[in-house]
Design a protein around this ligand. Structure first.
Ligand SMILES: [Zn+2]
Length: 130
């Protein structure tokens, strides 16, 4: 099966249109299906992954994102945001002797954060920005 890749603009427009139709979409897969359906109205062979749709939705600030996590035991902490690919900021605290201690990491673009026990996104809720 051959696919065609829609342009960023087409995906962004489809996301914006789905968000205004539905208001709240409570899973990444559901958002993916709705957006694919929308872009396939224009071109049947268009395909785009759930992940690309999620990143564009967050990076273009088309949605308010609510995240639910599960905690992963072990494993490395991410350097880049697993949701949107932005750089993570270190969350730190001063220690009594003037040093700093890392508490975790957070993303400035979306709402992802993790403590030293890695938070793994388990569920996404997208709502349209007012
Ligand atoms: Zn992020």
């Amino acid at each position: 099966m051959a696919y065609k890749i829609p342009s960023k603009e087409e995906i962004v427009n489809a996301i914006a249109s789905c968000m205004s139709d539905y208001g709240v979409i409570n899973s990444q897969h559901k958002l993916g299906d709705l957006v694919r359906k929308k872009i396939q109205e224009k071109e049947q062979l268009y395909h785009v992954s759930d992940e690309r749709i999620r990143r564009l939705a967050v990076n273009h600030r088309l949605v308010d994102l609510e995240l639910k996590y599960k905690e992963a035991r072990g494993g490395r902490l991410p350097h880049k945001c697993p949701i949107c690919g932005s750089k993570l900021n270190r969350l730190k605290n001063m220690t009594i002797d003037g040093g700093t201690v890392t508490l975790g990491y957070s993303c400035q673009t979306c709402k992802y954060w993790t403590g030293l026990n890695k938070n793994v996104p388990a569920r996404y809720v997208f709502s349209s920005r007012r």
